[in-house]
Ligand binder design. Structure first.
Ligand code: NOJ
Ligand code: CA
Length: 706
């Protein structure tokens, strides 16, 4: 792995004269390639606003900015502009692991220094950065007299659309992102109707708002996605929907304990509010805008973290084959005791060795073991979870040291599991001891979980109090050389650039819903929406690779609603530096399709989105670091599809052996999901492939250099 070094290219500064002005009608800032233009507006009431143009047509109408506070007057009008300044920045940096090797960070920045014309004459700066692929802006509260601490009720940050855009959205839930995506016109967004989901035991949707990233298509066919970057010591932002005015306004996740959303001492800066803009939806995925708005790496070399595939004592609990708790009384469906289940504890030394043997044979270097530690008989469904989970004490049938030793001997490293059950104060107390144990075992990864309502009541997964807990866990883990994969997380806002030990998150409706959800699993279109929405925020621990699609004999009434070839394609379509081979080893053994999971890379030199329409289909190719081999994943929704793929992404004059894993002629996610055809062809950059995708099918291809 490369060390994380920053390569500064050049840094041009085209400083405009700073000047005092009242009339800002001419003040604008353009993207380096001039395609995006942001106009600054100062209304007669002294409100500061902005408009956005893309290729000369307006995509965001006049939208105003500001704040309301619990401890002070609102800060949103009577502004005068004290000063403005512009610079252009152009540099590149390297990803220690990622979708690509090198990222260019090129933008024009406009800083506007404001002051209230009336008492209390407070100061506020707003910084806009305009890139070729979108823009970000943030608030800076400078140090000033008589204004030292804010209790923010909400931001007045507005995004006013030009018309009734088409939107892919999940509700603005303050605790969970595990909702199915809805595709509606903006005027039809109704988040309230998504309350009380039977499988979301922590979920709170207080108003008609959406979560971010929220992606849209304008009537002119331009794609927009709204999100935030660098969410640090602040509340997550949802966007309140005003269907009559085509307008969205920030609705920060609040705390019922405190009665406000954010408390900060001055000086401080808010997270960036971002708008990605593209002609093609795939360009949203290739954009690195969110990462560019984050600070460079603060933790130094992370070569101790190796991108990897992993197996786990995990899916068997979701299927109900085994249990997390040693007493073996709980299952994932009911969470109530079933005495007949006794003797089905999943995390035993013998079972861990079974998975290690399987991984070692198959080029898989990680093993997750859930249910290894005491506390599991009293987690979900109990209100008094404080002090229950223990992150250092294994159950008696699990010899932690022996599992670690055996794994190391075979080249398989254990990923520790810390289910906090949303009792973060208990976790905080044990964190140092737990992380020290992991370091002493020479391990480098944790999967953490925050299932359930947050204790104390009144705090939410996405509020400032929890944002700090998630972030602090990652910062502390870095000191112990530990990487984190957070489940039930705060959304990703690109912090992996600053803390590259934050390697993945859940934060969406993952594979697990296929085993037990009330609607009978994720619909065929789900994964054709996720890359254009959730995946814009960062790596996803989706846990692909279920081969026993019909889940028999464990869950005869559920199934995974894809073909097996689509499961393979997900290793390329969904990005994460840790990718699970989620099914039980017995369903992989002897299946030739498993070869793709063995071969597929997890760390990439280049990524290209070859085609895609949100909710319909997508094809991504990625080139592996070190080997230079390419991998392709293409998936479709419920509709079958034929596509012609040009291989001009391959280096010229080089032969590759393509192994094509495609849906069989009779494949269909419901009628025949395991029908797969595997063929080989020698190809080069002049070749093209004709591919057929079955209903909810896919294609996965490895291109190995000859
Ligand atoms: C929910 C997580 O998403 C899942 O992966 C895990 O198995 C359970 N919580 C138990 O921690
Ligand atoms: Ca989950």
């Amino acid at each position: 792995m490369k060390t994380n070094k920053l390569i500064f290219g050049f840094f041009i500064s085209i400083l405009l004269t700073t000047y005092s002005c009242k009339n800002v009608s001419n003040l604008s800032v353009n993207a380096p390639n001039q395609n995006i233009k942001l106009n600054l507006i100062l209304s007669p009431q002294g409100k500061l606003g902005y408009q956005v143009f893309y290729k000369d047509s307006k995509v965001i109408d006049t939208s105003y900015l500001g704040f309301t506070f619990a401890n002070a007057l609102p800060l949103s009008d009577n502004f005068k502009i004290l000063k403005t300044s512009q610079i252009t920045v152009d540099n590149t940096w390297q990803m220690p692991w990622g979708e690509q090797d090198t990222v260019r960070n090129h933008y024009s920045e406009l800083t506007v220094n404001l002051q209230e014309t009336k008492a209390p004459n407070r100061l506020l700066n707003i910084v806009f950065r305009v890139f070729d692929d979108g823009l970000g802006f943030r608030y800076e509260f400078p140090k000033q007299d008589n204004f030292s601490e804010v209790q923010i009720l909400d931001e007045e940050t507005e995004f006013k659309l030009m018309s009734n855009y088409k939107v892919w959205w999940i509700p603005g839930d303050w605790d969970s992102y595990e909702h199915l995506y809805n595709t509606t016109d903006f005027s039809k967004i109704n988040a309230i109707s998504k309350r009380n989901h039977p499988n979301l035991n922590a979920s709170f949707i207080p108003q008609n708002a959406v979560n971010t990233p929220v992606t849209m298509k304008t009537d002119k066919g331009v794609y927009l996605s709204f999100h935030e970057a660098a969410l640090i010591d602040y509340a997550g932002m949802t966007l309140k929907i005003d269907t009559l005015n085509n307008s969205m306004k920030s609705a920060l996740v609040s705390s019922e304990v405190n009665g406000y959303a954010v408390k900060r001492s001055l000086p401080f800066t808010s997270p960036w509010r971002t708008i990605q803009i593209a002609d093609k939806p795939g360009d949203l995925i290739e954009s690195k805008l969110i990462l560019n708005l984050n600070e460079p790496n603060k933790i130094g070399d992370v070569s101790w973290f190796k991108p990897m595939k992993y197996v786990g004592i995990w899916w068997e609990m979701h299927l109900g084959k085994s249990t997390w708790d040693y007493e073996s009384t709980q299952d994932m469906n009911t969470f109530i005791g079933d005495k007949n289940k006794k003797g089905h504890h999943g995390a035993t030394t013998a079972n861990a060795k079974y998975y290690i043997d399987f991984a070692a044979k198959n080029n898989i270097h990680g093993l997750l073991v859930e249910g290894w530690n005491t506390g599991w008989s009293h987690w979900i469904g109990f209100d008094d979870r404080e002090g229950v989970f223990d992150f250092v004490t294994p159950y008696p049938d699990y010899d932690l040291k022996e599992v670690v030793r055996y794994g190391k001997e075979k080249g398989v490293e254990l990923i520790m599991h810390h289910e906090t059950s949303a009792a973060p104060r208990t976790y905080d107390q044990q964190m140092d001891t737990a992380y020290a144990l992991i370091k002493s075992l020479d391990l480098h990864a944790i999967k953490s979980g925050y299932v359930g309502r947050i204790i104390p009541k009144g705090e939410h997964h996405h509020g400032q109090w929890m944002v700090n807990r998630y972030n602090n866990a990652v910062i502390k883990a870095a000191q112990y050389q530990i990487a984190i994969d957070t489940h039930e997380p705060i959304k990703d806002t690109g912090l992996r650039r600053t803390y590259p030990n934050w390697v993945a998150r859940e934060g969406l409706r993952g594979q697990e819903f296929n085993a037990w959800s009330a609607e009978g699993g994720n619909p065929p279109e789900h994964l054709t929406i996720v890359p254009f929405t959730r995946m814009l925020s960062g790596p996803i621990d989706f846990t692909p690779g279920i081969f026993n699609i019909k889940l028999k004999p464990y869950k005869p009434n559920n199934q995974v609603k894809t073909t097996i070839a689509k499961q393979l394609a997900l290793y390329v379509v969904i990005y994460s530096p840790i990718q699970m081979a989620a099914d039980l080893p017995e369903y992989y053994e002897g299946n030739p399709a498993f070869q793709f999971i063995k071969d597929v890379g997890v760390d990439w030199q280049k990524t290209k989105v070859l085609n895609g329409e949100i909710g319909d289909f997508i094809t991504i190719v990625r080139q592996e670091r070190q080997t230079g081999n390419w991998f392709l994943g293409s998936i479709t929704d419920e509709n079958q599809r034929d596509e012609v793929i040009k291989l001009n992404f391959l280096e010229p004059n080089t032969k590759f052996l393509a192994t094509i894993y495609e849906d069989g002629k009779d494949a269909d996610w419901f009628k025949n999901p395991t029908s797969i055809n595997i063929r080989k062809e020698t190809v080069d950059s002049n070749s093209q492939l004709n591919l057929h995708l079955a209903p909810s099918g896919g294609v996965a291809i490895s291109f190995i250099k000859q």
